[in-house]
Design a protein around this ligand. Structure first.
Ligand code: F6R
Length: 611
């Protein structure tokens, strides 16, 4: 949430920062702003997108080779010019950008007002820069020391960059609970919330750890913890390629990412299975095999789409490995004093690896002695670093705010985990594993086939672009798919949509059904198809409109559905990987026809680093 870019070196800082902010816009797009040092300190900021900032800065002094920029997802203070970052100190000499929340800002603000500070925004961030100024002058210390001392006073989460007009050769950076990456170039350094603004300049990066600060100059980088102890930075090499973060001819990142799924699913299993031998090798699992084998239950914590992947996993793990699974919203879990023991395994699922609630749930479970297995997409992010073991999904950068390829990659890994655990526990025969893995290997090609329905789905979408409500129904493995389909539609098209287990409909939602209600039913081949067909009939009897996702060759559902979208046949447990595809496409087309910005839906941000 909120994107940060900083630069110090020999290039034009404005160009690097604006380009970087555009890459980070998925993190928030309520306002954008920039500070540039060019003898004096120039600050430009504007409500709206990074392009609004560019228009605003046109014709102004945008020179200088030191600067920082911010794209905001509003928490404290509405999204307007005044509340846009950067914020200045009272004397106008210091400037700050911030991602996170300063929880005790109100107390500090009251104190600073008493000392004569005048505030110009409603943000928590502005308080921090006033505090730094106050400490710098009162204690007569360097900027670096003032920042360090201030960070001891604040409670909350932050990733910050600070610039001083009086020290034109350095940027001060710090983090706690919000991500920060520093790119190391030749006579230049880059700072960003994730590696996407850095990748085209350098592959060498340092991930700042919690409670660390960095003093960044053109030619030097010093990292200390906030106790003032110098740290030895570990330099990582980025694996990401530039093409991965560009649209490559697609109109939107979301569509590109939907179409990448044959590859991302393949990449998430690549090197991890040998189907003909019935072998699954998840590196992270090896060391904790005994823990997993003896676990009496598994708790999955996640949020949003990742939580839906967790629900799919509940069905798959219980079906194959016969271990009880509980799937928890991380935000609820962390505050409800859950019962956790040292025998528990916690699987934390997160695309970004930065979701604040999921991180907090992990910390809570860790403090009670549980073993944490993280499943994340962003390499080097906070959740993998906070986990004992884990597996990366390797789906590649997901830029569209609505999660698509990350979901199917998560389900792929969770499926492998379930089958691997089943092997460890002896609940799955080798012959059956060979069959299942062979079916999984065929999934990328089947996703490819499912994507060929795009034009048909676009036509169906045209009939429903003005619908005010949608209902999504599914049973068994497909129930989480229904939830995910509904979430995708509401977040990008702003149509109200509900996902339900199909049979639960008659306990309430059936009252909503009339001749105007589109009902998407996942009615694929499997053990409970007959039951789902009965639910379809209940909808039809009330004149609801059925859009059915069926297995190729189906004849039964076709007789009663108004619209039918086919997906290839596969193992029942693997259907979510295919059934999700048409639902993603349906949401995409409906949203586009309604004129919505699918890559940056209103009020949302890709990486939710506030609770
Ligand atoms: C929906 C979506 C969100 C995320 C949720 C968790 O399309 O993207 O619901 O799934 O914010 O994010 P991660 O997976 O990064 O923890």
């Amino acid at each position: 949430m909120c994107g940060i870019v900083g630069y110090i070196g020999h290039r034009n800082a404005y160009d690097v920062i604006i380009k970087g902010l555009k890459r980070l816009e998925y993190r928030g797009y309520d306002s954008a702003g920039i500070t540039l040092l060019n003898g004096s300190m120039n600050i430009y900021k504007k409500a709206g997108k990074v392009s609004d900032l560019e228009n605003f800065a046109e014709g102004k002094d945008i020179n200088g080779s030191v600067g920082m920029g911010h794209t905001r997802w509003a928490t404290h203070g509405e999204p307007n010019d005044r509340n846009a970052h950067p914020h200045k100190s009272n004397n106008g000499k210091l400037s700050i950008i911030h991602n996170g929340i300063i929880e005790n800002y109100a107390t500090i603000k009251t104190e600073l007002i008493k000392r004569g500070h005048v505030f110009h925004s409603d943000t928590d961030t502005e308080v921090l820069i006033h505090l730094i100024e106050e400490i710098q002058h009162k204690a007569n210390v360097s900027l670096e020391e003032a920042v360090r001392l201030s960070l001891h006073e604040v409670v909350g989460a932050y990733a910050i960059v600070i610039i001083s007009e009086d020290q034109q050769d350095e940027l001060i950076v710090a983090r706690k609970g919000s991500p920060m990456v520093i790119g190391i170039g030749e006579g230049e350094h880059f700072i960003a919330s994730d590696a996407t603004p850095i990748i085209e300049y350098t592959k060498n990066v340092v991930y700042l750890n919690d409670s660390e600060m960095a003093i960044v100059k053109k030619d030097s980088l010093v990292i200390k913890n906030i106790e003032n102890v110098v740290q030895n930075p570990v330099i990582h090499e980025l694996e990401m390629q530039l093409e991965m973060i560009e649209k490559n001819g697609y109109d939107h990142f979301m569509m590109k990412e939907i179409y990448e799924q044959p590859k991302s699913i393949y990449d998430s299993m690549r090197g991890r299975i040998r189907a003909t031998e019935g072998l699954i090798s998840l590196g992270g699992l090896k060391e904790y095999e005994t823990k997993f084998k003896n676990a009496e239950r598994i708790i999955i914590v996640a949020c949003g789409t990742s939580w839906h992947a967790g629900l799919v996993a509940e069905y798959i793990i219980e079906e194959f490995a016969r271990v009880p699974v509980e799937v928890e919203y991380a935000s609820e879990f962390r505050y409800r004093n859950p019962i956790i023991t040292e025998n528990d395994i916690i699987i934390a699922i997160s695309q970004s690896g930065e979701t604040a609630d999921t991180l907090a749930a992990i910390e809570l479970a860790k403090s009670k002695g549980a073993t944490i297995f993280g499943i994340c997409n962003v390499v080097g992010s906070s959740i993998p670093r906070a986990s004992h073991a884990g597996a990366y999904t390797h789906a590649g950068p997901e830029i569209g705010v609505a999660s698509t390829k990350a979901f199917t990659a998560q389900v792929t890994i969770l499926t492998l985990l379930a089958w691997s655990l089943a092997q460890i526990k002896g609940t799955l025969s080798r012959t059956r594993v060979v069959e299942l893995l062979t079916a999984l290997e065929a999934i990328p090609a089947k996703v490819e086939k499912a994507l060929t329905s795009n034009e048909q789905i676009q036509k169906i979408a045209a009939n429903f672009k003005d619908a005010p409500n949608f209902l999504y129904l599914g049973r068994g493995f497909n129930f989480p798919v229904a939830l995910e389909g509904a979430l995708k539609l509401k977040e990008i098209s702003y149509i109200h949509a509900e996902g339900y287990p199909a049979a639960e409909m008659k306990h309430g939602p059936i009252a909503l059904i009339d001749e105007n209600m589109p009902v998407v039913v996942i009615a694929t081949k499997g053990s409970i198809l007959e039951k789902t067909i009965s639910n379809i009939q209940e909808v039809k009897a009330r004149k609801g409109i059925i859009i059915a996702i069926v297995t190729e060759g189906d004849t039964e559902v076709k007789k009663m559905a108004d619209y039918v979208i086919e997906i290839p046949d596969t193992e029942e447990a693997l259907v979510p990987l295919l059934a999700t595809i048409p639902l993603q496409l349906l949401s995409y087309h409906i949203a586009i026809m309604r004129g919505c910005n699918v890559d940056q839906p209103r009020n949302l941000a890709k990486s939710v680093t506030v609770e």
